[in-house]
Design a protein around this ligand. Structure first.
Ligand code: GAR
Length: 199
């Protein structure tokens, strides 16, 4: 069996989705991938501490050049955007075509695209008055939130929801489940591909 798929997670904030991935690796839900690197676009992101606590290399990168250098050094094969709030350039995306996935806290194509991130997404859903929202994992292409959908899960909106309450429910009922599963699925595909190349 060839070695596991090397996964890099790009973050900007608290890193609860990163934590879900780390926990899934520990519990065996993710068995074909291993997180080898966490890169943050913010020096203060708590996600960096989560990585360090788990013995994962954690770096702050101020631009794409630094991100690319860290990814290459780590030999990253799958890049997971988990609350990463910078939009990646076309060149970057081309370099890792079909190897970058993102989690978005709504049912794409609703409440997505440029400017739709974090709590704003839930504000948009509540302002619109939809009764169901959710989360989406998708491949990243040059259109923000426009790449092929990998998985989606719906979450009900309840009377009295605030953006904060809704964000928490979407994370618990959708994001923290969907993202680790997608990481496992794609890590397995990449690992299998390497094996086939070797035979
Ligand atoms: C998550 O809800 C994620 O879906 C969202 O930011 C939050 C990060 O939380 N991402 C986007 O809005 C991307 N457009 P976390 O740092 O605790 O994982």
């Amino acid at each position: 069996m060839l070695e596991k798929t090397k996964v890099a997670v790009l973050v900007s904030g608290g890193g609860t989705n990163l934590q879900a991935i780390i926990d899934a690796e520990k519990s065996g839900i993710i068995k074909d991938g291993e997180v080898v690197l966490v890169v943050s676009s913010s020096r203060k992101a708590y996600a960096l501490q989560r990585a360090e606590k788990n013995g994962i290399k954690a770096v702050y990168a101020k631009n794409e050049e630094e991100i690319l250098a860290a990814l290459e050094e780590a030999g990253a094969e799958l890049i997971v955007l988990a609350g990463f709030l910078k939009i990646l350039s076309k060149d970057f995306i081309r370099k890792y075509e079909n190897r970058i996935i993102n989690i978005h806290p709504s049912l794409i194509p609703s409440f997505c695209g440029k400017g739709a991130y974090g709590l704003h997404v839930h504000e948009m859903a509540l302002d619109y008055g939809v009764k169901v929202t959710g989360a989406t994992v998708h491949y990243v292409n040059e259109i923000p939130d426009g790449g092929k959908i990998i998985a989606q899960k719906a979450v009900e909106i309840q009377d009295g929801d605030t953006p904060e309450i809704l964000q928490k429910r979407v994370m618990e009922q959708a994001e923290w489940i969907l993202l680790p599963r997608a990481v496992q699925q794609i890590s397995a595909e990449i690992r299998k591909g390497k094996e086939n190349d070797n035979n």
